[in-house]
Design a binder for this molecule. Sequence first.
Ligand code: ADP
Ligand code: MG
Length: 447
Amino acid sequence: MSFEQFGLDSRILKAVKDSGFQQPTDIQNQAIPLALAGKDLMASAQTGTGKTAAFVLPSLQRLLQPATKRGAGPRVLVLTPTRELALQISDAVAQFGRFCRLTTGNLVGGMSYPPQNRMLGKPLDLLVATPGRLLDHMSQGRVNFSRLEVLILDEADRMLDMGFIQPVKTIAAAAPAARQTLLFSATLEGRVLKIAKALMKSPERVQLATNSDRHAMITQRIYEADDAGHKRKLLAHHLGQDELTQALVFIATKRGAQRMAKVLDAQGHATAALHGDMSQSARRRTVERMRRGKIRVLVATDVAARGLDIRSISHVINFDLPMVAEDYIHRIGRTGRVQASGTAISLVAPDDRSKLSQIERLTGRRLERGVIVGLEPNVHTPGNGRRPTHKSTSGPKPGSRSGAHKVKKAMSGPKNRNGNPGRKGGPRGRPSAGRLDANMNARPILG
Ligand code: ADP
Ligand code: MG
């Protein structure tokens, strides 16, 4: 299939071509013709497979037809769970719609009201909104849905996870019954399926992924750790690897993210934090710096990293496992965007084991265990009778200066190559921090 075959307007095709897309992804191939035919549609595909263009392109095509009704309010409404996602979608709309004369806007929290109020008082072609802020305006009587032709629910599963089920229902109920509804999600199970059926009229269903075959391009591995200190050493090891170009490190708390970013930055990794306490503009600036390669390591909390689309992220590292197993899938989807492959590493301390088993239940497979020579855990997961399946993951590269996993011999010898006690010699069976700092500093900083 090519983009030409959809019968899209030449202005849209030109913008698609300019953005470097050569051929549609699977979800685009399946969803675009159905959306163009005016069908209601529920579609699932793994993260990073191009769902945004799958709904933006047919929406633009429709908007090139003149509106049938006059007055204020949007003709196409996209609902998405977070501000970041809303802004990313707006960017995609601007990109693909640049040769079409359209009025588009976004309505997200954390932004001031007066410009949003003015925007809602005018005719609008396409509006991207987060449910909370939109509902807020609706309760002030500022939103006119009489012109609405298409309602799009993006990342529907996330929206429900984030507690937006009621706002979504209220918004859908306020939209004209004759509208077209498109729902996109990473999963089409349970609650998502239920709400999809409630909001749509005999929808078409496009399902491209199941839990177990999602993220086939992403190497997933866990490393067991005895405690937080051990995790920090494992993190230092992984950050010291040459094949790690950019990493997104997930951590449970905002304060933790801030502290860790400071420490890693001081150790010579170009690092920044991303969390929900930062202003919207600070978050955007940080993401932009990451995108331009000024930052190599981004330490983030879940809420800030949702929807993040930076194609150069080679590694996602779960310093803390997510509270909710589903979030694991969303986190690792931050790497391996589209065709690129990626690596997802999870550091698992004894406290994290129940979370790990939930993740393994959800993904339907046992995650591969890795171990770094010199950084082995003292205790293995109970029931994990097998020895770890993967040693010295990336293997020493010729001329590599990162030493922690360098030579297997270091294990049996009394001292490793850095002169520190090997496994048996150290009080915790691990090398000292000093050696790891040297290892960390050995890595040149991108920038
Ligand atoms: P999803 O919503 O499925 O997680 P996105 O729509 O955010 O995925 O797309 C992920 C990335 O893939 C974006 O950087 C987007 O620009 C890119 N992309 C989407 N469609 C194509 C395509 N047909 N060819 C090349 N890149 C694409
Ligand atoms: Mg998406």
